[in-house]
Design a protein around this ligand. Structure first.
Ligand SMILES: Nc1ncnc2c1ncn2[C@@H]1O[C@H](COP(=O)(O)OP(=O)(O)OP(=O)(O)O)[C@@H](O)[C@H]1O
Length: 305
């Protein structure tokens, strides 16, 4: 096994695909082992499609996917599938008539590491009864059962497509705690998608921004949040043109009194630039994840014009 395979849970190498109204890629992306990576992006940006390709549920027209060191879509993958847990965005209608318990029984035969005690503990923590047909459960109840089912064979790699969709706030908190505990052994990986800012902030180590079938950037979470700020900058003779030359700057707005409001994705360099230019930072606001996303989207659309 090469060095990158030891450190990489999933490698997307130059993958692309075309659907009637959608073009994905080319995407080259490594998902690191031992961490939680969250993919965020507007509806229809291709997040679920990427998941489906990792699991060989859809084929890329170009490029390759490597999962836990094994190329996807080339022969026998039973061994690697034993090490994966998947929570899809959509439920499977053909499972509607099964009770969660029946599905758990099936899983216990299929997964050699199935742990019935872990499954029971998860049901207890999530306060859900598995003796009901999946199709007759409320959306949140079914989600909780599917979540417990995806985790009970202690998978090395967990793929969660919008895991908290339909969960009430209490169940959401429990899910976050369960996932933190799941990561404790240190050798596990989660790739997830989410539209919930708080969820991404609490869970993710790395954040991948996607839009219109492309990856806009991959960032370490703490680095991301310490890089994006809106600064209020003032100084003698400061003009809009000068303000616009701030490193990483985008969106310059006058804020009165020779002061400008400037958003930057390079806060550290921007502060040094202010100092070197004799400018004062008179106010600062950290950006939220959704604000960073919309700034990146604006930059992307400007860049593509
Ligand atoms: N079965 C399909 N046939 C044709 N087009 C599809 C199909 N499934 C998805 N698409 C299209 O592929 C694109 C990407 O969809 P995808 O579900 O991967 O996005 P997403 O980022 O997961 O979105 P969301 O945040 O809404 O879950 C969309 O434009 C969608 O309309």
């Amino acid at each position: 096994m090469g060095a990158w395979e030891e450190e990489t849970a999933i490698r997307f190498a130059g993958i692309s695909q075309r659907k009637p109204n959608f073009k994905l890629g080319p995407i080259t992306l490594d998902i690191p082992k031992g961490y939680i990576t969250a993919i965020v992006g507007p509806n229809g940006s291709g997040k679920s499609t990427l998941f489906r390709m990792a699991l060989d549920l859809e084929k890329p027209s170009e490029g390759t996917v490597t999962l836990l060191g094994e190329p996807v879509g080339q022969g026998d993958d039973v061994e690697v599938k034993q090490k994966i847990g998947f929570l899809p965005e959509e439920t499977l209608p053909h499972e509607d008539k099964l009770t969660a318990r029946e599905k758990a029984n099936f899983n216990s035969f299929w997964y050699k590491d199935w742990d019935v005690n872990r499954y029971q503990d998860l049901l207890l923590s999530l306060q859900v009864n598995d003796n009901l047909q999946l199709g007759k459960m409320s959306k949140g109840m079914r989600r909780k059962c599917e979540f417990a089912l995806a985790l009970s064979h202690a998978p090395e790699l967990l793929l969660l497509d919008e895991p908290s969709s339909g969960l009430d706030p209490l169940a959401w908190k429990t899910m976050i705690e369960i996932l933190h505990r799941y990561m404790e052994p240190g050798n596990r990986t989660i790739l997830m998608t989410s539209h919930i800012v708080e969820e991404v902030k609490r869970l993710a180590d790395f954040i991948v921004f996607m839009a219109q079938g492309r990856v806009l950037g991959v960032y370490e979470k703490d680095e991301l949040f310490s890089s994006w700020f809106t600064f209020f900058v003032s100084g003698d003779g400061l003009t809009a043109q000068k303000a616009a030359s701030m490193p990483g700057g985008s969106g310059v707005e006058p804020a009165g009194n020779a002061t400008y409001r400037i958003t930057t994705g390079k806060a550290f360099e921007a502060e040094q630039w202010c100092e070197a230019n004799g400018l004062q930072i008179v106010g600062r606001q950290a950006l939220e994840l959704d604000e960073i996303m919309s700034t990146l989207l604006q930059q992307e659309s400007i860049g593509r014009r």
